[in-house]
Design a protein around this ligand. Structure first.
Ligand code: DP6
Length: 351
């Protein structure tokens, strides 16, 4: 076993959304299948290093330089600790671990830091502990940390099968087309970098429990997932675009119909929605598609051919000083070399 292992993973953007969990919610099993593409690790990434920490009394997890508290209130970190514990046990390993993880983008900004964080961690641990789990098993572990994270365990275009079983063993993500298949780009308009008010975990549960509209969503989204798989396979952007926009709108409608209502979009998000429809109208067919996760930031999907027009449209709507990231399709998680380790002498001196 080598001394430190470092992995890098990136977020994914859902073209058909996961919103609402089946069962008691604890395994992050979705009510519908979803489809995404993994974003380029050159634009957005999480790097995670793992090392043995024999001097520590318990595992220590640092995210963006901060030691994560082990209190029950912090559900996500409690869960990360449980997964580490489980993977360590499976490997028959007993030492405490030091895990250091840094995001290249703001945590909790609606840019899916939990997806890239969980997939980088699971990928690094598998290697560090010598578990040799296959991509299906890794996807299932990542899913249990954060549902959408299972889609970041693969690169390119990815389908997360809803599955039927209560134990979740048939609910995992698989690549449907590689990174090189299609030159689509996610043009991300950063509308707001602050933490979201209602976490996605709270939102999933509130919407399924209280929204009347939500009752029709699982069947609709399942069909959308099939349509998007076909559109991706055939590189049919106009077909893809309509389903992507409608699916995002449908999910946000169920959020608004939640009681008390949840609103993730703001006025700027809406200005972007309208501008995309105007641009598509002018072109006579869709060259851009917006989609929004649990936050106001706009993901405008287009192809490399139309990237300039879409970038211009976005900067015009968002005004001066606007931040726009441009993420092509990414390759999925990978190991980095020892020289990229976040556990440096300098880091150890300061903890
Ligand atoms: C709106 O994966 O963050 O981004 O499983 O509770 O961690 P948990 O939820 P999470 O939900 C993501 C919701 C979404 C849509 C999507 O990415 O499919």
């Amino acid at each position: 076993m080598s001394e430190t292992i470092t992995a890098m993973a990136s977020p994914n953007i859902a073209l058909v959304k996961y919103w609402g969990k089946r069962g008691d919610g604890s395994l992050n099993l979705p009510n519908n299948s979803s489809v995404s593409f993994t974003l380029s690790e050159n634009i957005l990434n999480t790097k995670t290093s793992v090392a043995v920490a024999p001097d520590l009394k318990e595992d220590a997890i640092y995210i963006n330089g901060e030691l994560q508290p082990k209190d029950q209130k912090n559900e996500k970190t409690t869960f990360i600790s449980k997964i580490i514990e489980e993977m360590r046990k499976n490997a028959g390993f007993s030492d405490n671990l030091l895990v250091v993880s840094n995001n290249s983008f703001p945590t909790g900004s609606g840019l899916a830091s939990s997806a890239s964080g969980a997939s980088a961690l699971v990928f690094a641990l598998n290697e560090f502990l010598g578990l040799k789990l296959d991509s299906k098993e890794l996807s299932i572990i990542a899913r249990r940390i954060s549902g959408s994270a299972c889609r970041s365990m693969a690169g390119g275009f990815v389908y997360w099968k809803k599955g039927e079983l209560d134990d979740g063993s048939d609910s995992y993500a698989e690549q449907i087309a590689p990174q090189s298949h299609w030159d689509v780009v996610d043009m991300i308009g950063i509308v707001n970098e602050s933490r979201k008010k209602v976490s996605s975990s709270q939102g999933h549960s509130a919407t399924t429990k209280t929204s009347v509209l939500y009752k029709s969503r699982p069947e609709y989204a399942e069909k959308n997932a099939d349509l998007v798989v076909d559109a991706v396979r055939n590189r049919n952007f106009a077909a893809l675009a309509e389903v992507v926009m409608r699916d995002s709108n449908n999910m946000h409608a169920t959020m608004l119909d939640t009681w008390p209502p949840i609103r993730y979009l703001n006025d700027m998000s809406w200005d972007i929605i309208e501008a995309v429809h105007d641009l598509n109208g002018k072109n006579g067919e869709s060259i851009a598609a917006y989609t929004f996760d649990a936050g106001p930031n706009a993901h405008v999907i287009t192809t490399a051919q139309h990237a300039n027009e879409v970038r211009e449209m976005l900067s015009e709507v968002m005004g001066e000083g606007s931040r726009i990231l441009e993420a092509p399709v990414g390759s999925g998680p990978k190991l980095l070399s020892e020289k990229d380790s976040l556990i440096t002498g300098e880091f150890l001196k300061n903890i």
